[in-house]
Design a protein. Sequence first.
Length: 233
Amino acid sequence: MKKIVTLCLLCATTVFSWAQVGIGTTNPQEALHIAGNDGSIRIDGLNSSNNTKNMGGTDMYNVVVDADGNLALADVSGELSSEASMVSPVVIQTAANSGMNSNELYSKTFTLTQRALVVVTYHISMEFENYDGSDKVDDGRAKIAHNYWYLGDGTSPDTSKSYGMTSSVYFSSSTDTASGYIYNSRSVTIPLDAGTYSIHLNGAVYGGGLTSDAAFRVTFGDLDRLDINAIYL
């Protein structure tokens, strides 16, 4: 009789281990099915007492899943860096014949611990002057200044692809009394996996005419800002 009871219990345990479990329903559709309008799951390991990524209060935090199906709290979305980017302004001159010239203005390194949407926003001032900086531009010819950035590995930029290109066209004649800064600004959102990255902000200048008397210079960054924010997925 003992052998028969043991066999029945073993069979019942086996059947139960493969069964779908329903809470609030007698017809579960998945391995675990919680029915009802207010069904929820509580995992004590994710609460504010047991997890430093949970700040408590009434805030809600994203739960993410890894390749093995493990659940965890995502890092809190928000600011990675927000600062005046350049220690001092950077001057870029055109080529001597007013052709294109460019240079890196500033770089900033940041680290993502999880996959995220990264929002990069820059604001940068520009001041146009003649080639040697001795006077304001007054020749009436169009002057172009570009800003854009490369994504890097924390040290070196990948120059095969640029992001956030924006341009300003400036001209002034001897009768034009306009003064003050010209600004370029742009915001770009890109998805990035966990890892260390760098933003390499660049400036470029180009003058019309391709003659030496059309050459000029631009001072980038008397007033500037570079903001990097992460939206963790």
